[in-house]
Design a protein around this ligand. Structure first.
Ligand SMILES: Nc1ncnc2c1ncn2[C@@H]1O[C@H](COP(=O)(O)OP(=O)(O)OP(=O)(O)O)[C@@H](O)[C@H]1O
Length: 239
């Protein structure tokens, strides 16, 4: 089983402690809703788990991935795929952006071509394939970025505010792609400071508040947010 583990983490910017966490784990098969107010540290936590930023203290490690070639100095990069809410797209057409990850995918050329065509339809990008990615609207950019991840079938995926900027139609397209990834076991962390179309898929919630991160599982009424009890193992940390 593939997982990314954060252990004894402290994340600080200057004098300000954003959060501390004893242990946090994102594994294949999990779909987690990451909640927190604006500025609480959701993006920072995701970047930390993706190896894009380093914690002030503590360690982030991965398990279950194939050994790295000697020239890859950062063992975290590329393991848990992070999608920013304003996704980074390459110069070039929508088609170019969808084909870009092909060399990194473990699929035959034929499978990749089929999956790319399926992604174009799933994300309703058929009429946009030749258009420059830089000219897309915010919602179209997000659909393209998620379609690109859908082709890659990452083991771990982090979606940062994936449905902000999206109308109902785009949200439904994204929901369908995310459900597909969930079915093949992609472990996902979905950040959103309020419920969105994707949060109903989540089987767990991480809440950043008061410089800590609390983990909870949904109850019948929704996410269970009982008062914090440090002894309970389901809570990651609470300050
Ligand atoms: N490189 C940095 N240097 C200094 N402060 C930073 C840096 N990166 C983030 N911060 C600060 O850390 C805090 C958390 O930022 P982050 O983007 O992780 O929050 P967020 O929960 O994703 O917010 P939002 O919901 O508004 O997107 C913010 O106050 C931000 O200004």
């Amino acid at each position: 089983m593939v997982k990314v583990i954060a252990q004894d983490i402290e994340m600080r910017f200057g004098e300000r402690t954003l959060f501390t966490v004893e242990r946090l784990q994102l594994a294949q098969g999990q779909t987690i809703h990451l909640q927190g107010d604006n500025g609480s540290g959701k993006t920072t936590l995701m970047k930390l788990l993706a190896g894009l930023v380093s914690p002030t203290k503590g360690k982030v490690s991965v398990q279950g991935f194939a050994p790295l070639p000697w020239w890859r100095s950062n063992p975290l990069l590329g393991k848990a795929v992070y999608l920013h809410q304003h996704p980074y797209l390459f110069d070039g057409s929508v088609e170019y952006n969808l084909n870009y990850p092909h060399p990194f995918c473990e699929m035959s050329k034929q499978q990749l071509e089929q999956r790319t065509q399926d992604a174009i339809h799933k994300a309703d990008l058929v009429h946009l394939t030749k258009q420059a990615a830089s000219s897309l609207s915010g919602g179209e950019r997000q659909r393209l970025a998620i379609a690109r991840a859908w082709i890659m079938q990452p083991k771990l995926l982090m979606l940062d505010e994936p449905t902000s900027n999206m109308d109902t139609y785009s949200q439904e397209l994204v929901l369908s792609m995310v459900k597909d990834l969930q079915q093949i076991g992609t472990g996902m962390l979905v950040s959103s400071h309020q419920s969105c179309v994707l949060t109903s898929l989540c089987d767990q919630s991480w809440q950043i508040a008061d410089q800590g991160i609390r983990s909870s599982t949904p109850s019948k009424e929704g996410i269970n947010s009982d008062p914090i009890t440090l002894q309970e193992p389901r809570y990651v940390i609470a300050n």
